[in-house]
Design a protein around this ligand. Structure first.
Ligand code: HEM
Length: 190
C-alpha cells in the first residue's frame, strides 16, 4: 500500500517539476525580449521577470524535483528489487540529464539577473524543447519497462523532434511576418 502512495506522490512531483521547467524557460524568452524594449519598460519588465523566475524556481520547480526524487527513493525502499532492472538504470541516466538541465536553468536565471546572459530569445525557445524530449523518453521507459519496443520508441522520439522543429520554423515565419507588418504600420503612421 505504501508503494502506491509513494508512486502517487512521485507522479505529482513530476507534474509540478515539469510545470516549473517549462514555464521558467518561457520566462527567460520574455526576459531576453525585454532587452529590446525602450526605457522605462525595459527596466520594469526585467525586474518583474527576475522576481517571477526566482519564485518559480524556489517555490515550484526545485520542490517538484525534491518530491519526485524523495518519492522515488521511498519506492525503491519498499520495492528494492526494482533496482535490478536495466530499464531503471537507463531511466536514471536520463533523469541525471534532466537534473543537470534543472541546475543549468538556475545558472541562466542568475546570469539574466546579473545582466551577463548572452542567450537570445530564439535560443531559449529551442532550449525549452529539451525537457519535452526527455519527458517522452523517461515516461516511455517507466511505463513499458523491460518490454519497451526500442525501435518504436526511437521512432516516436525522432518524430517528436521533427514536429518540434517544424512548429518552431512555422512559428518563426509567422512572427517575422507579423513584425514586418507592424514595422510597415509604424512607418505609415509616421
Ligand atoms: C529522481 C529519479 C527517479 C527515480 C529514482 C525513479 C524511480 C522510479 C521507480 C522505482 C518507479 C516504480 C517503478 C515500478 O512501479 O516498477 C517509478 C515510477 C514511475 N516514474 Fe520514476 N523515477 C525518477 C524520476 C522520474 C521522472 C523524472 C519521471 C518523468 C519524467 C518519472 C516517471 C515515472 C512514471 C510515469 C512512473 C510510473 C510507472 C508505472 O507505474 O508503471 N520518474 N520511478
Amino acid at each position: 500500500m505504501a508503494y502506491l502512495w509513494f508512486k502517487t506522490f512521485h507522479l505529482i512531483g513530476i507534474v509540478v517539476w515539469f510545470a516549473g521547467l517549462f514555464y521558467i524557460v518561457r520566462l527567460f524568452v520574455y526576459h531576453a525580449e525585454a532587452e529590446e524594449k525602450p526605457e522605462p519598460a525595459k527596466t520594469i519588465l526585467k525586474q518583474q521577470y527576475e522576481i517571477m523566475e526566482k519564485r518559480l524556481y524556489k517555490i515550484i520547480t526545485t520542490p517538484g524535483m525534491v518530491v519526485t526524487a524523495a518519492m522515488a527513493i521511498a519506492i525503491i525502499f519498499t520495492e528494492p528489487d526494482v533496482l535490478k532492472s536495466p530499464w531503471l538504470h537507463f531511466k536514471l541516466l536520463l533523469v541525471a540529464v534532466l537534473i543537470g538541465y534543472h541546475f543549468y536553468c538556475g545558472r541562466i536565471m542568475k546570469q539574466l539577473a546579473a545582466g551577463t546572459s548572452t542567450w537570445k530569445s530564439e535560443q531559449f525557445r529551442i532550449l525549452n524543447e529539451v525537457p519535452t524530449v526527455l519527458l517522452l523518453a523517461i515516461v516511455l521507459l517507466a511505463v513499458f519497462k523491460q518490454s519497451l519496443p526500442v525501435n518504436s520508441a526511437i521512432a516516436s522520439l525522432v518524430a517528436l523532434t521533427l514536429v518540434i522543429v517544424a512548429i518552431y520554423k512555422i512559428y518563426a515565419k509567422i512572427r517575422q511576418q507579423n513584425e514586418s507588418k507592424m514595422d510597415l504600420a509604424t512607418k505609415s503612421e509616421v
